[in-house]
Design a protein around this ligand. Structure first.
Ligand SMILES: O=c1[nH]cc([C@@H]2O[C@H](COP(=O)(O)O)[C@@H](O)[C@H]2O)c(=O)[nH]1
Length: 337
């Protein structure tokens, strides 16, 4: 029995933080202390700040999200690459660093997994997307990551092969990503198919349907459903315990009162999609362009809904991280006796 528990705890305990120092990854003291003392940590991405929202709403939202995480018992860790001194990625940004990132906006490189070596080698500033944030979070042993929405299979993806690296990262990095689902600017059924192929556990929170970001309904049934943060933590615990090296996607529907404000978003999405096509916007510029254009076309409604859903995700994600910590410390304690 002791032997079995010790195998389990090897899977669940965080990697030693010296390993991060050796890699040149800077970990903020508060995050470092939370990780070593078993307090819940929630990773936050920086592309949502630089490319996902305009200044100053991006800065205010980032601060509010961090406060919500704290108010729910966890420590926020915003991940970015700043002044890309080789091998330095920053985990846990200070307020001044966060403001700098928010002001720089799209001047910062949108950094997915493939871009990490280039941004670091060029000593650039990199705002990490879901894939790059998962990569660094996992290196630090952070198990829960909160964002707004993830990338997916783009419409006509079967011929363009435009599939976000967020999906392949979810297939190989053991971090639970709490989001409001996938936008209808993407092909949601194919995104779910692709996640299945990648072995990603996809869970919808308190609903049967996988949420579609601005709306709780996508018309697609989620493979799993969890009705409480404890159930979400149970799923993450089980995945960790058995060393499944894949990620978990937890889709939290936008709260109903904010979904109503986003009703006119769907037609704006259609117009923005046509515009992107006619202007030849492609690759990693598509998502930021659509977000900006849809916000203009909806007179700010989509941004307002976006901010509300991110805050709601932060609430749920922080509670999951806290519930998970209790479970993980239980195992670590048992293995000591
Ligand atoms: O509603 C949003 N969806 C997606 C993004 C960002 O866009 C990335 C996906 O980009 P792409 O589709 O180019 O892979 C995500 O990881 C995330 O960082 C965002 O800011 N806001």
């Amino acid at each position: 029995m002791a032997c079995r528990i010790s195998v389990i705890s090897r899977h669940i305990s965080s990697p030693p933080l010296e390993h991060l120092d050796d890699l040149g990854i800077r970990v903020a003291p508060e995050v470092r202390s939370a990780l070593s003392s078993g307090v819940g940590v929630v990773a936050l991405e920086s592309t949502i700040v630089s490319h996902g929202m305009p200044y100053p709403q991006n800065f205010h939202t980032a601060q509010e999200v961090e406060s919500i995480v704290r108010a729910n018992g966890a420590v926020p860790a915003t991940i970015a690459i700043l002044d890309g001194v080789p091998c330095i990625a920053w985990i846990g940004l200070s307020l001044a660093e966060l403001e700098r990132l928010a002001k720089l906006g799209t001047m910062v490189s949108k950094t997915a997994r493939r871009d990490i070596p280039y941004v670091i080698a060029r000593r650039g500033n990199g705002a990490t997307t879901v894939s790059a944030t998962m990569f660094f979070a996992s290196k630090a042993g952070i198990k829960v990551f909160v964002t707004g929405g993830i990338g997916g299979v783009h419409r006509q993806g079967e011929s363009t092969m435009d599939v976000s690296s967020d999906l392949t990262e979810l297939g190989k990095t053991p971090v639970a990503v709490v989001c409001a689902g996938v936008k209808s600017i993407l092909d949601i059924p194919r995104t779910l198919e692709y996640l299945e192929t990648q072995g990603v556990t996809v869970v919808s929170y308190s609903t049967d349907e996988f949420p579609a970001f601005f709306t709780p309904n996508s018309g697609c049934k989620a493979p799993c459903r969890a009705d409480s943060v404890e159930e979400c933590a149970d799923i993450i615990e089980a995945s960790t315990k058995f060393g499944l090296s894949s990620g978990i996607l937890i889709g939290v529907p936008i709260p109903a009162e904010h979904a109503a404000a986003a009703k006119n978003v769907e037609s704006a999405i259609q117009s923005a999609l046509h515009e992107a096509e006619s202007r030849g916007i492609a690759g990693n510029s598509v998502t930021p362009f659509l977000l900006k254009r849809v916000n203009e076309l909806t007179g700010g409604d989509s941004l307002a809904a976006n901010i509300q859903l991110v805050k709601n995700n932060a609430l749920v994600g922080a509670k999951i991280a806290t519930a998970l910590t209790t479970r993980l410390s239980r195992f670590t304690k048992s293995s000591c006796h």
